[in-house]
Design a protein around this ligand. Structure first.
Ligand SMILES: [Ca+2]
Length: 248
């Protein structure tokens, strides 16, 4: 697998770094992945930079999405005019986790600075990851700009950190179908990060498993109902992935 990746990573980096890095899955979704419960359906368009008054947050816990592309307005707790990853996660827990941030989220400070010690109520010894617009964030102080997409997860493989980040990008759309590409995060030996297509990813639609699987280029075409919003999530039988979500 590693050998294969090293061949196409340079090309894929060029192709998808921009595509997946700055244009997160459009639209929003509720935590239960049921589009019928979308609270702000009028925002389910595929544009960029349309979201001027909040951020979007997905949280995955041990391989399951527990908060799916949820729009929220975070609180600038230290009043410095900037929303940090930590502030965004505190707000996400305050608004969507039973018991709030007090119960669901905590941080600690170690040799390399502040780190997550609890996410969505899970304490796993520090095996967490967080990404802004499909690129790994460096610290909990990193800025989460308005309109951006914050993804955080508690690793499924907390022992070996093998969880791989994944994300969706829309390629084409017609009245009755949508074509998506699923990519996965790859860390090069020099520590740089890129996205490479993920073949064999299983696609669930509106929370239901289907027979849909991404092809060798990570691409899948899904039939959709005209005018209806659907949610798509990915899973894998061969990799431990951080699942992501896309809303049509
Ligand atoms: Ca702040």
């Amino acid at each position: 697998m590693k050998k294969l990746l090293s061949v196409f990573i340079p090309v894929v980096l060029i192709l998808f770094a921009a595509a997946c890095g700055k244009d997160p899955a459009p639209s929003i979704s509720p935590s239960d992945l049921d589009p019928a419960n979308l609270s702000s359906a009028d925002e389910s368009t595929s544009g960029e930079a349309e979201n001027t008054d909040g951020i979007f947050v997905t949280i995955a816990a041990e391989g399951e999405i527990v908060l799916g592309y949820q729009k929220l307005t975070p609180v600038d707790l230290d009043s410095d005019g900037d929303i940090s990853v930590k502030e965004a996660l505190i707000s996400a827990h305050e608004q969507f986790f039973g018991g709030g941030a007090k119960e669901g989220f905590s941080t600690a400070t170690g040799e390399w600075g502040e780190y997550i010690s609890k996410l969505w109520g899970i304490e796993n010894g520090g095996a967490y990851g967080y990404y802004i617009d499909d690129a790994p964030a460096m610290t909990l102080d990193d800025s989460v700009p308005v309109g951006s997409y914050l993804y955080a997860c508690a690793y499924k493989d907390a022992a070996n950190y093998s969880d791989v980040y994944t994300c969706f990008q829309e390629l084409t759309r017609s009245d009755d179908s949508i074509t998506l590409i699923v990519t996965m995060g790859v860390f090069e030996e020099d520590g740089s990060f890129g996205l490479s297509h993920l073949s064999g990813a299983k696609i669930s639609v509106d929370g239901e498993e289907t027979d849909l699987v991404t092809d060798e280029d990570g691409i899948v075409t899904v039939n959709i109902n005209t005018g209806v919003s659907h949610t798509f999530t990915d899973s894998s039988d061969t990799l431990t992935i951080m699942p992501n979500i896309f809303v049509s």
